[in-house]
Design a protein around this ligand. Sequence first.
Ligand code: 1Q0
Length: 215
Amino acid sequence: SEAADEQKFCLQEVLDTYRLCLSPEKEVYLEHYVAGWRGLVKFLNSLGSVFGFISKDAVTKIQILVALLNGENGSQYSTLQSMVKYELDNGLVDLTKRGPHPDSGCRTLLRLHRALRWLELFLERLRVSTEDSKTSALCAEAYNESLAQHHPWVVRKAAGMAFLVLPGRPTFFEVMNVGPPEQVVSMLGEAVPLISEVYKITEELYAEHNLLDLP
Ligand code: 1Q0
């Protein structure tokens, strides 16, 4: 059915959104950045309801950014660079403690940005993994090296438990919906550098403006 089609994840689609993410001047388009996360959330949802608390948070953050993009100042949000400039110039970001702007684009995107580092590390591990590799271990390693450092104990604990029920590598590759394992591996080889570049550009932008620790 059409509805099922819409829900069906395809890694190629996500790859395409990351391809569209960068402007010729290496600015990051928010619209495509958000679309990338939408695709990934689809994937996560297809893995089962245990991941609901993760996808729910991702969806909330996606919705905040979409509302800004479609809002009356939407044109200021076309790229991450323009978003940062606009929100900082207009005092729309809580810089040191929670305040009147708990849902700024800058702080919301920072959470997804940190998760993008997890994704980069996880996909790279998947790419070089062997048939008998455990996805749960690859995922946990990537998480501990990245996002975990920003999460309190309860969240780390819950995430760790969710990882344990991740399907094995064969099922995982099937859900990606790109064909035989060799093809998945080669597509991951294309995806990881793209994701990594978007991550790096965002990281530099945030570092330059001292935004890496936004509350
Ligand atoms: C495949 C398994 C997916 C595992 C995802 C790893 C991330 C675990 C994160 C768990 C925490 C979620 C609960 C909420 C946390 C928030 O407190 C936290 C901070 O926000 P705030 O507002 O409280 O300051 N939020 C976050 O850190 C954002 C977390 C976003 C996670 C988005 C994950 C999206 C899922 C992606 C699935 C990708 C599958 C990869 C393989 C697909 C192949 C292309």
